[in-house]
Ligand binder design. Structure first.
Ligand SMILES: [Fe+2]
Length: 439
């Protein structure tokens, strides 16, 4: 009877693994994907904790960790204290061993590892948290033949009464299958992120203000603001999740039109004359044109963000109700003197309104060639003064509510950070995202 029950459980789990791995293909954002992979993996083997390390050069960087026990104690995932942990990529650690050997490693009890084994369990995290990683399964995340993206580590599987047990052969088999699918999805998402960051590098080579780190910060801030705004507005969770997944990449591309602006204008010190200003403002329609023939939902989101990110809540922004091909007002949208009417308030897409807040706020708190960084309270004061003028008041409220997370974003992506580091940067631990129901 027990054997039959186990068989039924295994069949159900295999089906679940199939559904979960298929759902990974819907994701484009690396950070959300990592969260999802770790959450799903822990569900599949009832693991109390787990982490993902990403390869960066000859190191493994702890990109994400989850620990139900510790999260209860410290008050949430974002409070976990060990997000900047780095391991050398060699055989000496459990994660390093699985990565170098390109094969899974299962340890039943880290306290009883043979001293002659090539690997040891590093106890720095255990010691700093008083949490013992007893049973550990480590699986490499492989990509192109011979290459490795990182490792997934699952810690302390629990039995039905909450006691730590050992991982079983069946656990290993189901995880080998799931990790293969996760690796493919991760490779695709990493490639997309990497290509996006490289596009920003091209812009950056024309315009020193547009560093990849600035684009990354704006992207994270915009995602955070949308998370707050959409929760407050009761956006259905599947829609909310879909946008949260696309927002980081879409927001990074908001200034892609600057590639077609003459470098002499982009780098000119001091004020621009009227013609130069018009040329500079053209980066919006030039960028929007690239995405006007949208082939994917991501294209559509990028289009809206680009087109609306310099509009103002009070209608004084640009480019307004313009035909992006001709530069002329759309029918019925010519104002005095034939000028294009500005978009105002909720005529502007929420994505544009959010990007405007994130873009200006990051410019205020960052050092630019034309100014020093403003301190956080002065920057907040300026944003509040512009609420209802430049900015949507509700989005400014979201900014105030997520102020501490925005500070973490600033610290995580300094302008000195290089492109490779940005590509493998640890995501910020966010509030749990409302995943679509897949179970
Ligand atoms: Fe812009």
């Amino acid at each position: 009877m027990t054997a039959t029950c186990d068989l039924v459980k295994d069949i159900k789990r295999d089906r679940l693994a199939g559904r979960l791995s298929a759902a990974l293909n819907e994701l484009t954002d690396v950070d959300l994907l990592l969260e999802r992979v770790l959450t799903d993996s822990r569900v599949l083997v009832s693991a109390e904790a787990g982490s993902v390390y990403l390869k960066r050069g000859d190191a493994l960087v702890l990109a994400i960790c989850q620990n139900t026990y510790l999260e209860r104690i410290v008050g949430g995932p974002s409070e976990l204290p060990f997000l900047n942990y780095i391991l050398k990529l060699d055989r000496a650690s459990l994660a390093g061993y699985a990565a170098v050997e390109r094969k899974p490693l299962v340890v039943d009890n880290t306290l009883e590892i043979d001293p002659d084994a090539p690997y040891q369990h590093y106890t720095a995290i255990d010691n700093s948290t008083n949490y013992v990683c007893q049973a550990v399964m480590t699986l490499p995340l492989l990509c192109a033949p011979g290459d490795i993206q990182g490792v997934l580590q699952l810690i302390n599987p629990l039995d039905e009464s909450g006691r730590v047990k050992h991982f079983t052969e069946d656990d290993l088999a189901v995880m080998k299958f799931y990790v293969q699918c996760a690796s493919m999805a991760l490779e695709k998402a990493m490639m997309l992120r990497s290509m996006t960051i490289r596009s920003i590098e091209v812009i950056s080579s024309h315009d020193p203000q547009e560093t990849p780190a600035h684009a990354q910060r704006v992207a994270c801030m915009a995602t955070e603001l949308y998370d707050h705004w959409s929760e407050r507005h009761g956006v259905p969770r599947s829609e909310r999740f879909r946008i949260l997944d696309m927002m980081p990449l879409a927001a990074m591309l908001h200034d892609i039109g600057k590639m077609s602006i003459p470098e002499a204008i982009l780098t000119k010190p001091g004020r621009l004359d009227l013609n130069e200003r018009a040329a500079m403002e053209a980066h919006v329609v030039k960028g929007a044109r690239i995405f006007r023939k949208a082939r994917t939902p991501l294209d559509r989101l990028v289009f809206q963000i680009i087109l609306d990110h310099h509009e103002r809540w009070d209608g004084q922004g640009y480019p307004g109700w313009v035909d992006i091909d001709t530069g002329q007002p759309l029918p019925g949208r010519a104002g005095p003197g034939g000028r294009v009417q500005g978009k105002r308030a909720e005529d502007i897409s929420i994505y544009g309104r959010i990007l405007a807040v994130a873009d200006v706020y990051d410019a205020l708190v960052s050092r630019k060639t034309y100014k020093d960084s403003f301190d956080e309270s002065l920057s907040i004061q300026i944003m509040e003064q512009e609420s209802g003028h430049h900015f949507d008041p509700e989005v400014v409220e979201s900014l105030l509510s997520r102020r501490s997370v925005l500070k973490k974003i600033q610290d995580r992506f300094p302008d000195s950070m290089d492109t490779a580091a940005l590509g493998a940067a640890a995501p910020l631990a966010k509030a749990p995202v409302a995943y679509p129901a897949v179970f």
